[in-house]
Design a protein around this ligand. Sequence first.
Ligand code: ATP
Length: 258
Amino acid sequence: MSGDDAAAMNSAPVLRCHEVSKRYGRTQALDRVSLAVAAGEMVALLGPNGAGKSTLFQLLTGLFVADSGSVEVLGADMRREPVRALSRLGVVFQQPALDLNLSVRASLRFHADLHGLPGAVSRPRIEALLARFGLADLARKPGRELSGGNRRKVELVRALIHEPRLLLMDEATVGLDPGSRAQLLEDVLQARSEHGLGVLWATHLVDEAERAQRVIVLHKGHVLWDGEARALCAQEGVPTLQGAFLKLTGGQKNAMAA
Ligand SMILES: Nc1ncnc2c1ncn2[C@@H]1O[C@H](COP(=O)(O)OP(=O)(O)OP(=O)(O)O)[C@@H](O)[C@H]1O
């Protein structure tokens, strides 16, 4: 790690969005969204369908550029220094993106190569991650032979290969059964503690957001809440995060926990 990186880690959040806006034609998908994630912090980005979560993730991962505002990953501006910014984040997208024909190990090695990691670094790292996430016995199997939960787990390992400081999870539990969903959440929470990762976990499921240290509620492109779940419940005068979320967003039915 360079001196600059070390200084950035000590002084800046791992992710900082400042007044980010994005419009599709007449739809204002994001309207001056500001948020930050600190090292070692798990933040839930909770929003109903159409809130703007995927749009925000597209901006955070450099797929699109914001109309205005800025995104910084450990101080590296996504517009001015995209390679530096992207090298510091790992992402698991909503859509499954595992090559089903490659073996788990080959898939991970391919991604390590894409990150420019020398084999001497990546090979032991991959073996350690496979062991750490209970995937060692599956390493030789092609992706198609894995369960949905294990495929997602491989995608998580893939996102961690280059040792990012920020992990972005874009509704990564969609399509998983309740057990696999809970396991993925536990794995991410553990990776966060072990590696001091900042995590932004996008979801429309309130029970997942309850595990985060901080909850950001996004609705129709606006941040309606940024703080602890308990404080949101107190503000809305209801005992549960689900009740508070429904009250805040006007009773979106899709906020129901799965
Ligand atoms: N490519 C696009 N063209 C036009 N409108 C879009 C496009 N992508 C998203 N939108 C609109 O922008 C708004 C935000 O959508 P986005 O997909 O970011 O929300 P989301 O919170 O990720 O929802 P979901 O949980 O359903 O994925 C919605 O009104 C959506 O219809």
